[in-house]
Design a protein around this ligand. Structure first.
Ligand code: PEP
Length: 246
């Protein structure tokens, strides 16, 4: 099973989201959506979650929020409740995206709490991690990835579903895709780290960072690349579907 997840960040109004979903479903008979060997996931901005619930609810496409708080209810102004996402029918929550880590100072400990909380609700966390350019240039890629995984998965239930997205920070939104060798090496290492941490060998490891229809075919054929997390190229149904069809 290959997984193709769209991270819209703060793009699209609810009206535009509805248009996208209607086009994506293509009259409910777009064959790629019901292929057993692939899963499409959309992470719209929070004001568009209701549109996702309305239009994707009865479809094979999964959806969810781009972040959440580590509790579902209470005095947490401005936060996103995974419980509300669950009530709306969503299945997945994106966590630990590098923009959350860098711009909003989210650390592994806080992210770990969210991972545990999301799983406790019966939803699936998609944990993002990856090194910055200076960490790569300083030869620290695998120690950084190792600690992000070890600490970020501290409260994860090994018996419950989880999705991982390796995203080298320097490749996100820059057009600079990691080389096939870099992706292969990283995914092999991640696979190894997960087994050392006691995770099942079936945990999907997605790659993210400037994935486009032009590079998707080569990237998806790398061992242990189980799908993609896609930013820019997920904003148009045409490019998103072209990647999922790679
Ligand atoms: C992302 O936002 O997670 C991402 C991978 O973006 P892009 O595909 O635009 O690099």
């Amino acid at each position: 099973m290959k997984i193709f997840a769209a991270n819209w960040k703060l793009q699209k109004s609810p009206k535009e989201a509805r248009e996208f979903f209607t086009e994506l479903l293509g009259g409910a008979n777009r064959p790629i959506l019901s292929k057993k060997d692939r899963r499409l996931i959309i992470f719209p901005s929070s004001p568009c979650l209701e549109a996702a619930s309305d239009l994707l609810g009865a479809s094979p496409v999964w959806w969810g929020a781009q972040n959440c708080y580590s509790e579902g209810k209470g005095a947490f102004t401005g936060e996103i409740s995974a419980q509300i996402v669950k009530d709306l029918g969503g299945q997945v929550i994106l966590l630990g995206h590098s923009e959350r880590r860098v711009l909003f100072n989210e650390g592994n400990e806080f992210i770990a709490k969210k991972v545990g909380y999301v799983q406790s609700l019966g939803l699936i966390p998609m944990l993002c991690f990856g090194e910055t350019l200076s960490e790569r240039e300083g030869g620290k890629t695998f120690s950084v990835i190792g600690s992000q995984l070890k600490e970020g998965l501290k409260l994860a239930d090994r018996s419950k579903q989880i999705l991982l997205a390796y995203e080298p920070v320097w490749a996100i939104g820059t057009g600079k895709v990691a080389s096939l060798e870099q992706v292969q090496e990283a995914h092999q290492q991640i696979y190894q780290i997960l087994s050392e941490l006691g995770f099942n060998s079936q945990v999907p490891i997605l790659y993210g960072g400037s994935v486009k229809p032009e590079n998707a075919k080569e990237l998806i054929s790398i061992p242990h690349v189980d799908g993609f997390l896609i930013g820019g190229a997920s904003l148009e149904t045409k490019s998103f579907l072209a990647i999922a069809d790679a």
